[in-house]
Design a protein around this ligand. Structure first.
Ligand code: B12
Ligand code: SF4
Length: 558
């Protein structure tokens, strides 16, 4: 998928006369080593890296290589993770010059003008950097308002997005007014000054969609906002105006959006469906009230049910995100969530609205969140940067680990990421009905299998019965059957994906590339992805190798 933040930074800097090159590693299937090679051969004044929690190691590796090859070039990190973890990053990685604590558009443009003028970059608001051994935080920057003032994001990578079947991302708002304990978004925007949620005008959004449609032929979009509707009645009103804007532009498009469960209304969503809304992404997180309360969600279980019922009734696909595990989770909560999963996967309509590959997800203590404080107070943080799951109840920890390992093995052979494989999974809007149905069926079977596995493993890990040799044999047999079934399920899905997985354009139009570099990057990425797909079809779920590992996890519990 595109990195919209970087696209905005690039277009803003270009609009002020600076030259910017973007490399979206994920989208092009590039490894850190690929990026390092590109950096080695490039000439630049400033290297900016957008950092998420899960890309921190590679970001640091790339920054370090940049310092090695081009010692006098400036290195700035940005993005949510970098901003919320600035002190740690600056104190530990001396080759990083500064960290942007908020939105990057103005900061990067100011930085570039400092380097072409005489102003000291240390005076830029919203930056953190080192002075001697201390880390200094400049005064906070103002959040950009109105967002309409920004130029549309740079679409250097649009050809690759088309290759993967879309969607093109559109950011219609920034921020969120929720306060979920696991979410770093609110804390990130609080590092700057301004409103917690800002929306673009419906007119500006409709204009951008029209531009993308007319210039590049784009007709599938994803609104990647945290929550597309602003607070209160006005939020829904804006959405309706947006629907009207799309209708009045006479555009034949499909689109997805993300929203909170408690903001979905029947009338509003009927209007959105009429202008192309195909899928709604909702973080319902849990179907247990006590867990929602612990997570700081404003939506209740009844809101979750109501939201899904409205979408089902309107025939809009839902994509649900859940966090079934947290350190304090009880069996009764696990039961509620996995019974919900099972029911969802057993319904008359086969669905894939919850990806079965997320069924071991846990409340993660991202820096800057209340969940992190919770982990700290419970002594669960450890020393590693990445925090494995731990529950207060050992049986729960074990269950999550066994199912997680099982899933990780499946993930290896069935990557849900870019490369045209997961894309089908995520993006149903353009699939032939028959293919969509087949994928839903295998996915639902997969989901049911994982729910059963979870209940069964919990039964073993929570039982006080010792694991006799006979019981171990029984468990091993059953586990073997689970693995064989998983293998069969994923083979079915992969067969379908192999047939329909690549929508690659043979000769993308030259007008999709704003410069020579973006075209070279596209071609290189295309080869990388082709290899990736080929190799991933060669892999098989190695049940024989996995079985002893899973068994030893279960045995150690006793
Ligand atoms: C769209 C999206 C995706 C897309 C695209 C990701 C991408 N790289 O852009 C996809 C679907 C691929 C994705 C995947 C994942 N995502 Co995501 N995603 C988002 C989402 C909803 C919007 C991001 C966005 O485009 N925002 C709009 C732009 C304008 O804002 P921005 O990205 O923050 O960028 C601005 C500033 O941060 C800053 N900035 C950013 N980079 C830089 C760099 C420099 C040098 C500078 C100066 C400034 C700067 O300037 C930008 C412009 O103002 C965010 C939530 C959010 N609101 O951020 C989650 C979010 C970023 N994702 C998250 C997660 C956890 C994931 C996954 C791990 C999910 C999963 N389980 O697989 C994967 C990881 C992917 C990966 N390997 O990077 C978390 C990250 C938590 C963290 N601390 O890192 C977030 C914050 C969601 C959340 N509520 O927790 N995601
Ligand atoms: S509603 Fe979404 S974006 Fe808002 S705080 Fe909760 S998880 Fe974060």
């Amino acid at each position: 998928m595109e990195n919209t933040g970087i696209e905005y930074i690039a277009s803003y800097a270009r609009s002020r006369g600076f030259s910017v090159t973007m490399i979206n590693a994920g989208l092009h299937g590039l490894s850190p080593d690929d990026i390092i090679q590109i950096i080695r051969l490039s000439r630049y004044r400033i290297l900016g890296i957008s950092v998420l929690h899960w890309t921190i190691k590679s970001s640091i590796q790339i920054a370090q290589a940049s310092r090695r090859f081009h010692p006098d070039r400036y290195i700035i990190l940005g993005g949510i993770e970098a901003a919320l973890n600035a002190e740690y990053l600056l104190a530990n990685f001396l080759f990083v010059d500064s960290i942007c604590l908020g939105e990057g558009e103005k900061t990067v443009a100011e930085l570039l003008s400092c380097f072409s003028g005489s102003r000291d970059w240390r005076s830029i608001k919203g930056l953190a950097y080192r002075v001697g051994e201390s880390v200094v935080f400049n005064s906070p920057a103002d959040l950009i308002n109105p967002l309409d003032a920004l130029p549309f994001p740079a679409r250097d990578d649009i050809a690759s997005v088309f290759d993967l079947g879309g969607p093109i991302t559109v950011s219609t708002s920034r921020g969120c007014f929720g306060n979920c304990h696991f979410c770093p978004v609110r804390s990130f925007y609080r590092l700057s000054k301004g409103a917690s949620w800002r929306g673009r005008s419906p007119m500006s959004v409709a204009k951008e969609i029209k531009f993308l449609h007319e210039t590049y032929g784009a007709d599938l979009f994803s609104f990647i906002d945290e929550t597309v509707a602003g607070p209160g009645d006005k939020g829904m009103e804006r959405l309706r105006e947006l629907a009207a804007g799309i209708r009045d532009s006479h555009l034949n498009i499909d689109f997805f959006l993300t929203i909170r469960a408690d903001q979905i209304t029947k009338d509003g969503f009927r209007e959105l469906k009429a202008v192309g809304l195909k899928k709604v992404e909702i973080g319902i997180e849990s179907m247990a009230e006590s867990q929602l309360h612990r997570y700081g969600k404003t939506a209740q279980v009844k809101d979750n049910h109501r939201a899904l019922a409205i979408l089902d009734a309107l025939g809009i696909q839902s994509e649900i995100f859940m966090i079934p595990y947290d350190p304090e989770v009880t069996y009764s909560e696990i039961k509620k969530n996995f019974t919900f999963y099972r029911k969802r996967f057993s319904g008359k309509k086969a669905r894939y609205d919850v990806s079965p590959l997320t069924m071991a997800d846990y409340l993660y203590p991202y820096p800057g969140t209340r969940s992190r404080q919770l982990y700290e107070s419970l002594g669960l943080l450890g020393h590693d940067y990445f925090v494995p799951f731990h529950a207060l109840r050992p049986a729960v920890t074990k269950t999550q680990r066994v199912v997680g390992l099982f899933l990780a093995a499946i993930h290896q052979v069935f990557p849900m990421s870019y490369a045209g494989l997961g894309n089908l999974w995520i993006n149903s809007a353009r699939l032939p009905k028959r293919v969509y149905h087949e994928i839903c069926l295998t996915s639902a079977r997969f989901g049911k299998l994982l729910s059963d596995l979870t209940f069964w493993v919990y039964g073993i890990t929570s039982s006080s019965r010792p694991l006799t040799a006979q019981r171990k044999r029984q468990i091993s047999n059953r586990l073997g059957k689970f693995l064989a079934l998983a293998s069969k399920r994923h083979d079915q899905t992969r067969r379908i994906m192999r047939r329909y997985g690549s929508t690659e354009q043979k000769h993308p139009s030259p007008k999709l590339f704003p410069n020579h570099f973006s075209r070279q990057l596209y071609l290189y990425g295309r080869c990388k992805k082709r290899d990736f797909i080929k190799n991933s079809y060669k892999k098989t779920l190695e049940g024989d190798r996995l079985l002893p590992v899973l068994m030893s996890l279960l045995e150690n519990e006793k």
